[in-house]
Structure formats: structure tokens, C-alpha cells
Design a protein around this ligand. Structure first.
Ligand SMILES: CC(C)(COP(=O)(O)OP(=O)(O)OC[C@H]1O[C@@H](n2cnc3c(N)ncnc32)[C@H](O)[C@@H]1OP(=O)(O)O)[C@@H](O)C(=O)NCCC(=O)NCCS
Length: 142
């Protein structure tokens, strides 16, 4: 297994993995090629893929930042490769890069029904915020 930066060329293979992975919530943001390429182009050092010995993508994580806070997206490990600390390795790669950029507050969103996903993040030390209500607007629809 090897970890390398995620590139826009990984999109099709990664999307196929995300479609098979529970909790990805692909409908909530722009997950088209253009949308993901934009994330990667803005955050080239914060996006990673895990590759197996045959060159297939078996894990992804996309990090993004507004220059002050960091966000994690699309943490997914292929079924059959879970439980081997590949997810943790990817996360530590992104967190180390955030630290390098002096960004120390890192957040992520999970849907309320993603009980397993939340348990995983809590296991890694992330804490659920109960003092915040998240609001957004879709400028395409307003
Ligand atoms: C969640 C996910 C990314 C974890 O990746 P992984 O490579 O299987 O996890 P790791 O092997 O790195 O596990 C790291 C630690 O978390 C623990 N863990 C894994 N899944 C867990 C869960 N659902 N709840 C609690 N702890 C969990 C492991 O036991 C391990 O503990 P240890 O370090 O004390 O041994 C992977 O299972 C996955 O893709 N799930 C579906 C998508 C998802 O839910 N993504 C995250 C939410 S947005």
C-alpha cells in the first residue's frame, strides 16, 4: 500500500469508491469532476489517495482550508481494506499538513444517521459540537 497525493485524474476511480461507501452524502455538495478538481486545485497538498499494490485506489481523503480552519471530506476506505489503519494513516497525513500550514482547528460534517462514521471520528478524538447550528444557502436556487 502506498499513499500519494490525490489528483483530478483520480476522479472516476474515486467516485466509484465513494458511490459504494456509506455515509459519503454525495448529493450535498458539488461532487462533479469540476467540483472535486476545484477542491484539489485549491488544496493540492491536503488531498490524498491510498493505492494498493496493483495501483488501484483503496482510500481517499480530501482536506480543504479557508486559510484559518481545516475541513475533511470524502474519508473513504474500500470495503475489504478497512480495519488496517489505512484511514488513520490518511487522516494523519492531512492533519500533519494542516499543522505545517499552522491550521490547528479541523472540522468535518457527518449526517445525523451516520452513526458508524461519527463513532470513528470520536474514536480519533474529534468531538461533536452541540453549541452550533449549521445553516447554508444554495445560490443556484435563490
Ligand atoms: C470510517 C473509515 C474511514 C475507517 O477507516 P479504516 O481504515 O477502516 O479505519 P482504521 O483501520 O484506520 O481504524 C482506526 C481506529 O478506529 C477504529 N474504528 C474504525 N471504525 C470505527 C467505528 N465505526 N467506530 C469506532 N471506532 C472505529 C478502529 O478500531 C481503529 O482503532 P485503534 O486505532 O484503536 O486500533 C472506513 O471504515 C470507511 O470508509 N467507512 C465508511 C465511510 C465513512 O463512514 N467515512 C467517515 C465518515 S464521513
Amino acid at each position: 500500500m502506498q499513499i500519494r497525493h490525490f489528483t483530478p485524474e483520480d476522479y472516476d476511480e474515486a467516485y466509484a469508491l465513494w458511490e459504494k461507501t456509506p455515509g459519503m452524502n454525495l448529493g450535498s455538495l458539488n461532487n462533479t469532476y469540476a467540483g472535486i478538481k476545484s477542491v484539489v486545485d485549491h488544496n493540492p497538498t491536503l488531498c490524498f489517495a491510498a493505492i494498493d499494490n496493483d495501483g488501484a485506489i483503496i482510500g481517499t481523503i480530501l482536506g480543504g482550508t479557508d486559510g484559518r480552519k481545516g475541513y475533511l471530506y470524502h474519508t473513504a476506505i474500500a470495503d475489504g481494506h478497512r480495519g488496517q489503519h489505512i484511514g488513520t494513516t490518511l487522516i494523519h497525513k492531512v492533519l500533519a499538513e494542516f499543522k505545517q500550514q499552522e491550521i490547528e482547528k479541523i472540522g468535518l460534517f457527518t449526517t445525523n444517521d451516520n452513526v458508524d462514521g461519527r463513532a470513528f471520528w470520536e474514536h480519533l478524538g474529534f468531538k461533536q459540537r452541540t453549541d452550533i447550528t449549521y445553516l447554508d444557502i444554495d445560490l443556484d436556487q435563490s
